[in-house]
Design a protein around this ligand. Structure first.
Ligand code: NAD
Length: 479
């Protein structure tokens, strides 16, 4: 399948006509091509977006919301096509794409369509002297860059609020998973989104991604991806005074106390460790367990994980699919070797899986559980972003907190306990943007989302993300 850029309302090849291969991770086979866009493609997209901006930004909120609802309905109408594309491109189980990714992309467009109609701003009265009011206006042309792990889910989490707030968008999905973004472009054409309002460009980060970040007329960048890339983008955008939102990597702790609801904790911990093959930024990759139940937990967890079947992502019964690419699989396997060198014990997993049939050349790794590592070991400090978790015991709350906060990252944390006081006290001290108590991955879209420390800046939720995509201006009127 040949993927095209979506610029000024048209599907087109890149100007330089460069193409890259699109590989299905479950088979290791090329199944299509992706445009390799460059500076000149960004230049025409920005020109189109600038042209579209005056009329798009002056539509009233209800009119813009109608387009967002139409896009949501357009995705819904092609639901199974999106599901199949997301699974094929990413290697994720088709059941996960059906249950999470595509419904969430639909919700993102609906949520921000509704949210913009409720968006308001403040007024501050100086009695007898003046009234100040805050005017929140769209920024202009903005850039949205997203990663491969939740392709359309995260792409739409950026695009929907940016459009709702009245901006025109230059968006780049990951070159590793471009297919659902291409389907989204088709939906935008089908629903008649005005030309130039949304432009979707494909290609590599250092080429078209960098061109988006560097373009002087793109005034804000919303980026989700790795911390190293975030640093490069921040260094480039800061001297240009661009507005920046960075949602970056994580090394999330999952703190388990002996008094938790054990069975519920165990079931959820399997999911929070290995959903999407551990390739969700919010997966708990460091399990920290109270010493009283440590041995029991390791035994029970190992038993559950060693029974997990890894299979063809396109099979409806599969719960664990392929890793996203060969290079990512090699990175994950290299960390398992590092863990062995650092004295870790592989409780289960640890190997690449060679499947039969259609998936013989695919990128599969056994879900892997490691114990016995020092808290400063690389596998306890660096983001692996795959089906690899470590387990470490603790004997006091202070120790649990120190292990949990003892990394550069601060994205999310899960706490399992029935001691409410302890849970709330700990939640306040954990250095993470999201803390779950006795659950995982539940979130009301109106709440702030994002990381602390090296996991990012600019936590945003419902109305706050709309604020990110606006310029606030104070107007002071003398009475
Ligand atoms: P990545 O940083 O390699 O790439 C992300 C996006 O940035 C891609 O579209 C890529 O092409 C682009 N890019 C790369 N170099 C660029 C550059 N120099 N200029 C502009 N754009 C550039 O990340 P990835 O491997 O696609 O995704 C995995 C990472 O994303 C993990 O670290 C994961 O934790 C993180 N992530 C974070 C969140 C969050 O909400 N905090 C969510 C999902 C994923």
């Amino acid at each position: 399948m040949k993927i095209l850029n979506y610029i000024n309302g048209s599907l087109m090849d890149p100007i330089g006509s460069g193409q890259m291969e699109n590989i299905e991770p479950a088979t290791g086979l090329v199944y299509g091509s992706i445009p390799r866009s460059m500076n000149e493609d960004v230049a025409i997209a920005v020109e189109a977006a600038e042209k579209a901006f005056p009329s798009w930004s002056s539509l009233n909120q209800n009119e813009r919301a109608k387009y967002l609802f139409a896009i949501a309905d357009g995705i819904k109408a092609r639901f199974e096509e999106f599901v199949a594309a997301e699974s094929k491109d990413n290697g994720k189980p088709i059941s996960l794409a059906r249950a999470v990714d595509i419904p969430r992309a639909i919700s993102n467009f609906k949520h921000f369509g509704h949210a913009i109609t409720q968006f308001s701003s403040e007024s501050h009265s100086m009695p007898g002297l003046a009234i100040n009011y805050t005017l929140r206006q769209p920024i202009g042309v903005v850039g949205c860059i997203s990663p491969w792990n939740l392709p359309i889910y995260l792409f739409s989490w950026k695009i929907a609020p940016a459009l709702a707030a009245g901006n025109c968008v230059i968006a780049k999905p990951s070159e590793v998973t471009p297919l659902t973004a291409y389907l989204l472009a088709e939906v935008c054409k089908e629903v008649g989104l005005p030309d130039g309002v949304l432009n979707i460009l494909h290609g590599t980060g250092p080429e078209v991604g960098d061109a988006i970040v560097s373009h002087p007329k793109i005034k804000a960048i919303s980026f989700t991806g790795g911390t190293t890339t975030g640093k490069i983008i921040a260094a480039k955008a800061a001297p240009m005074f661009k507005k920046l939102s960075l949602e970056l990597g994580g090394k999330n702790p999952n703190i388990i106390f002996a008094d938790c609801d054990y069975d519920e904790m165990l079931t959820t911990t399997v999911r929070s460790s290995f959903a999407n093959q551990g390739q969700i930024c919010l997966c708990g990759s460091r399990i920290i367990v109270e010493d009283k139940i440590y041995d029991k937990f390791v035994r029970d967890f190992r038993e559950k994980i060693s029974a997990m079947a890894v299979g063809d992502p396109q099979d409806n019964a599969t719960k664990m699919g392929a890793l996203v690419s060969k290079s990512h699989m090699e990175k994950v396997l290299s960390y398992i070797d590092i863990a062995k060198d650092e004295g870790g014990k592989i409780e289960t997993g640890g190997q690449q899986i060679h499947m039969n049939g259609r998936c013989a050349q695919g990128y599969f790794v056994q879900p892997t559980v490691i114990t016995g590592l020092d808290i400063n070991a690389r596998c306890n400090q660096e983001e692996i972003f795959g089906p690899v978790v470590t387990i470490t015991p603790f004997s006091s709350i202070e120790e649990a907190l120190s292990i949990a906060n003892g990394v550069v990252y601060g994205l999310s944390c899960t706490i399992w306990t029935n001691n409410i006081k302890r849970a709330h006290n700990l939640a306040a001290k954990i250095e993470a943007g999201v803390v779950w108590i006795n659950c995982w991955l539940l979130r009301d879209l109106r709440t702030p989302f994002g990381g602390m420390k090296a996991s990012g800046v600019g936590r945003e939720g419902g109305l706050e993300v709309l604020r990110f995509f606006t310029e606030a201006k104070n107007v002071c009127v003398k009475l």
